[in-house]
Write a protein that binds this ligand. Structure first.
Ligand SMILES: CC(C)(COP(=O)(O)OP(=O)(O)OC[C@H]1O[C@@H](n2cnc3c(N)ncnc32)[C@H](O)[C@@H]1OP(=O)(O)O)[C@@H](O)C(=O)NCCC(=O)NCCS
Length: 200
């Protein structure tokens, strides 16, 4: 059993217990921003801003209800967000970044965040999810390179890490062409990016 957004919910998949007594998975709050950025810096380093996936996220809001924070009491210990994109002409979501604090890894928390995010995405009517990540970690959720073969990204990638999941049958069948950002603009994040560019 796990607390999600103040409601007790039995997670639909990957039900293993993390062994974290006060585990709480909820939509992140703006008050979580700083802790989330620290967690992402620790997990990926500064090079995370150079990644091609970042070109699809920068200056945008994540999908509504699809920015998740895992907490142990008040401490942020995991983060996962999903972003609106167009896969060619097909509306979809981009998953990531996914990170769990070092001290909490290998207890099933990453899988719980994944299961929860995909459950919420499907419940909200989204039909497909793409990501850039390690296939051995994401294939058990149904992600496969087969679903992205007709697609390209706005920057260099290791194509073996470009994976897709159909939440509805054949949702990515007609997905061809460039993947582009489609989320609503986050003007304050946009300004931050411009400041960083000016400072560089
Ligand atoms: C990837 C990550 C989110 C997994 O979180 P987690 O809570 O430890 O995940 P889980 O407990 O659900 O799963 C752990 C298992 O996944 C495996 N795993 C972790 N990262 C992996 C990867 N990149 N590729 C394949 N397997 C991976 C672990 O070896 C572990 O295996 P085990 O259960 O046999 O010991 C966490 O390791 C992390 O934050 N890493 C740094 C950020 C990162 O690389 N994120 C993107 C991954 S592509």
């Amino acid at each position: 059993m796990i607390l999600i957004s103040n409601e007790v919910v039995h997670a639909p998949a990957f039900p293993e217990v993390c062994g974290v007594k006060n585990l709480f998975i909820a939509e992140e709050l703006s008050a979580d921003d700083e802790a989330r950025e620290h967690l992402l810096d620790a997990a990926f380093g500064a090079a995370r801003f150079d990644k091609t996936a970042e070109r699809l996220r920068e200056g945008r809001f994540p999908g509504q209800g699809l920015a998740l924070a895992a907490k142990d009491a008040d401490d942020l210990i995991g983060t996962l967000r999903l972003w609106h994109i167009l896969a060619g002409a097909v509306p979809a979501l981009l998953l990531g970044p996914l990170a769990v604090a070092k001290a909490y890894r290998s207890r099933g928390l990453g899988r719980r965040l994944m299961g929860e995010a995909l459950f919420r995405a499907k419940a909200a009517g989204h039909r497909a999810v793409l990501l850039l990540g390690d296939a051995p970690y994401y294939e058990p959720f149904g992600f496969t390179r087969r679903n992205t073969l007709g697609l390209s990204l706005p920057g260099p990638v290791d194509e073996a890490r470009f994976l897709g999941l159909e939440l509805e049958d054949e949702a990515l069948k007609e997905a061809r062409g460039l993947v582009t950002a489609a989320g609503p603009f986050n003007l304050s994040a946009h300004r931050r990016v411009q400041e960083l560019c000016r400072a560089a």
